[in-house]
Design a binder for this molecule. Structure first.
Ligand SMILES: Nc1ncnc2c1ncn2[C@@H]1O[C@H](COP(=O)(O)OP(=O)(O)OP(=O)(O)O)[C@@H](O)[C@H]1O
Ligand SMILES: [Mg+2]
Length: 442
């Protein structure tokens, strides 16, 4: 599976490694060329020295009055010798040597021209009809040291070059990707309900198709949501009107009937029509909640919405609701219509399923925590976790279809806000409590 890497990091490391590698190849090539050239210069100096010493040595040896053999050339002043030399005759007898020369460094038989031992580079030259042999030796360590110093001098800039190129690449990549990062943050920071097009003008050419595709997708999503909303609204209208007409006709019919049995039957039809009407309303609410649109594009203050809903219920059941609303605004991206549907279902449940002798507490805090709580028998945990499912009800005497909590849950999920069901109420032995935060999203 491909791991997610940062483009900035990959480019920064990749380009720096590439530059470093190329530099190393360049340094190696230049080092080899420099070493070759240096060897040529050293060889030429070695040869030149031998050719210079040879006539002097020959004159010196031939001018000797008596052949005393091994003689050491005197040093004018004390010094270290890079180059040492040895002069021998054809029998291998030592005739002359430089003051530091070590005969063991030289081979037993002299070789004309250049040759190598394990430690020295030698140059041999013959004179006086090949009777006098001169050999000059130069330590190889000297050459190696020179090559090493040249190589190090070429490598030194890398110490500065690597951090500088890493910084440079990082800076250029960051500069070029700035608009892309802005684009990414723009998408990340917008709420799930914000379907306005993303800005595509500032993006580099390579990323523009992505922005165009995202905008097309957003537009299609927007159209789909719009058509779903209008379908839901139309269906609601189409269903409600005939049901309301039928209910009105049945109620009128009831007033004209005097036979008790027939009146009882008509009342049953009226009840059935009424619950059908409620069920269709709930189904439409559920369809709307599941169809999205739980979030709005702009934040709204939800306190007045909650106050109106509570007042509506107050009119129906005076004194049962204890409300606690914040002084200041509670601004939320939760769509006010969706919030109204959610709260209505929760308060309706609390009134319907809670103990009639105990109040229903409805509270909204400054931090956005909404809490609807009622007394009564607590719901067992195994049933509690199932109550969000459609048409699922626990033990209750009240009428209903089991859709209210499914609607509330769909709205909360659509808005990305967790809905908590608790029974018994926190800190009590009984009751049922629903808690949700209308500001924090997942
Ligand atoms: N506030 C509450 N107190 C006690 N029990 C509750 C409460 N809210 C829900 N319940 C239990 O959860 C079940 C499911 O609730 P839900 O709102 O989904 O359906 P309903 O209220 O029975 O019917 P509908 O809401 O469709 O009219 C209820 O039948 C009830 O048993
Ligand atoms: Mg309900």
């Amino acid at each position: 599976m491909a791991t997610r890497t940062s483009l900035q990091k990959t480019l920064g490391i990749g380009l720096t490694l590439g530059v470093t590698l190329l530099w190393l190849v360049g340094v190696t090539a230049s080092g080899l060329v420099a070493q070759h050239e240096m060897n040529e210069v050293f060889d030429s100096a070695l040869e030149e020295t031998a050719q210079r010493i040879l006539p002097l040595a020959v004159t010196d040896i031939l001018n000797r009055e008596n052949d005393t053999g091994n003689q050491r050339a005197p040093a004018l002043k004390d010094h270290d010798e890079y180059l040492t030399y040895l002069v021998r005759d054809e029998q291998g007898n030592l005739l002359l040597r430089s003051h530091d020369a070590n005969p063991e460094v030289f081979g037993t038989t002299p070789i004309e021209g250049f040759s190598n031992t394990s430690t020295h580079r030698l140059y041999g030259a013959f004179a006086v009809s090949n009777t006098i042999y001169l050999e000059v030796a130069e330590p190889l360590a000297h050459r190696r040291e020179s090559a090493l110093e040249a190589g190090l001098a070429l490598l030194m800039p890398l110490v500065v070059l690597i951090p500088v190129s890493l910084l440079g690449v990082w800076w250029i990549v960051r500069l070029s990707l700035r608009k892309v990062v802005d684009f990414q943050q723009d998408i990340e920071s917008r709420g799930a309900g914000d379907l306005t097009p993303v800005a595509e003008n500032q993006l580099p050419r390579e990323f523009k198709p992505i922005a165009i595709a995202v905008n097309r997708l957003l537009e299609r999503l927007h159209r789909a949501l719009e058509s779903e909303r209008s379908f839901t609204a139309n269906s609601a209208h189409e269903l409600r009107t005939p049901l309301a007409t039928a209910l009105a006709k049945v109620q009128r019919l009831k007033t004209r009937i005097f036979d008790d049995q027939v009146k009882k039957n008509v009342t049953e039809i009226e009840e059935a029509l009424r619950s059908l009407s409620t069920l269709s309303g709930k189904l439409l609410e559920l369809a709307k909640a599941e169809g999205g649109g739980a979030l709005s594009q702009n934040p709204h203050d939800l306190v007045p919405v909650l106050a109106i809903i509570v007042r509506d219920f107050e009119d129906q059941v005076p004194g049962r609701i204890v409300q606690s609303l914040p002084e200041q605004e509670v601004s939320s991206f939760l769509d006010p219509d969706a919030f109204a549907i959610l709260v209505r279902n929760l308060i309706e449940n609390a009134l319907k399923h809670g103990s009639p002798n105990q109040p229903v507490e409805v509270s909204l805090e400054d931090n956005g925590t909404l809490r609807v709580c009622n007394g009564g028998d607590s719901v067992p945990p195994d049933q509690l976790i199932l109550l969000r499912n459609r048409f699922t009800r626990s033990k209750t005497d009240a009428s209903g279809s089991g859709l209210g909590l499914a609607i509330a849950d769909a709205i909360a999920k659509g808005a990305g806000m967790p809905l908590h069901l608790r029974s018994p109420v926190t800190g009590r032995q009984d009751g049922f409590e629903v808690v949700m935060n209308v500001i924090n999203t997942w």
